[in-house]
Ligand binder design. Structure first.
Ligand code: ADP
Ligand code: 5GP
Length: 206
C-alpha cells in the first residue's frame, strides 16, 4: 500500500487535502483521450499523468506531452529501479506509470488522470485503494473499428484482438461510461468527477 492514503498535516496543524486519482481505461480508440483532454481544458485543478512507453511516436505526438518515448533497455532499467507505479505490455509494447510524479501531484492536492490499460488500472487500485476507476466502453466493436480508422491507426486488428479481454474486466471498475454520443459520455464523465470530489470528506465513492 502506498504511503499516500491519509491526509497529512505535516506538523503544521493544517490538514492538506490530497488530490484524487482518476484512472480511465477501456479499449484503444474508445475515446479516453478525448474525454480526458476535454475535461483538462476546463479544469485547472487537474493534470494528466504522462506515461513512459517503448512504442513508436506518432506524427501528431510530442515527446513529454502524450508520452515519454524510450527504448526497451531504458524501460527495463526503469523497472529495476522501481520507477513505475505499474507497468504492462500492451499490443507488444511496454507502458508504465511513473510513481514519483503521481505521488508528488497527489500530495500537492492536484487531481490526476491516468489513461492506462485495464490490468494496469487494477494494479493501481491494489496499491492505492482510493483510486477511482472509470471504464469507457464503445457502443459496438464496429464503432470502435471506425474510430481507430478515423485516428489513422495502422494496427487496428492488433488493437481489436484485446477488446473482449478488456470488456470482461469492466465489472471490476467503479464506474462505466458508454461513449456513443460524445456529449452524453462527457456529461457522465464530468458527473463522476464532480461526485467523487464532493464525497471526498472521508467517504470516497471509490
Ligand atoms: P483512446 O484515447 O481511447 O484510444 P481517442 O480519444 O484517441 O481514443 O479517440 C479515438 C478516435 O475516436 C478519435 O479520432 C476521436 O476524435 C474519436 N471519438 C472519440 N469519441 C467519439 C465519439 N463519441 N463519437 C465519434 N468519434 C469519437
Ligand atoms: P496507445 O498506444 O494507443 O497510446 O495506448 C495503448 C494502450 O496502452 C491504451 O489502452 C492505453 O490506455 C495504455 N497505456 C498507456 N499508458 C499506459 C501505462 O502507463 N500503463 C498501462 N498499463 N497502460 C498504458
Amino acid at each position: 500500500m502506498l504511503n499516500n492514503e491519509a491526509d497529512s498535516s505535516q506538523g503544521s496543524g493544517v490538514s492538506k487535502k490530497k488530490g484524487h486519482l482518476f484512472v480511465v481505461s477501456g479499449p484503444s480508440g474508445v475515446g479516453k483521450t478525448t474525454l480526458i483532454e476535454r475535461f483538462l481544458k476546463e479544469d485547472s485543478f487537474s493534470r494528466f499523468s504522462i506515461s513512459y512507453t517503448t512504442r513508436k511516436q506518432r506524427a501528431s505526438e510530442v515527446n513529454g506531452r502524450e508520452y515519454y518515448f524510450v527504448d526497451r533497455d531504458t524501460f527495463h532499467k526503469m523497472i529495476t529501479e522501481s520507477h513505475f507505479l505499474e507497468w504492462e505490455e500492451v499490443h507488444g509494447q511496454l507502458y508504465g506509470t511513473p510513481q514519483k510524479e503521481v505521488l508528488h501531484a497527489l500530495q500537492q492536492g492536484i487531481d490526476l488522470f491516468l489513461d492506462i490499460d485495464v490490468n494496469g488500472a487494477l494494479k493501481v487500485k491494489e496499491r492505492y485503494r482510493n483510486a477511482c476507476l472509470i471504464f469507457v466502453e464503445p457502443r459496438s466493436q464496429d464503432d470502435l473499428m471506425k474510430r481507430l480508422a478515423l485516428r489513422g491507426e495502422k494496427e487496428i486488428s492488433l488493437r481489436m484482438k484485446r477488446v473482449s479481454q478488456e470488456m470482461e474486466k469492466k465489472y471490476l471498475f467503479q464506474y462505466c461510461i458508454i461513449n456513443d454520443k460524445l456529449e452524453v459520455a462527457y456529461r457522465d464523465f464530468f458527473k463522476i468527477i464532480e461526485d467523487v470530489r464532493r464525497e471526498d470528506n472521508g467517504k470516497n465513492h471509490c
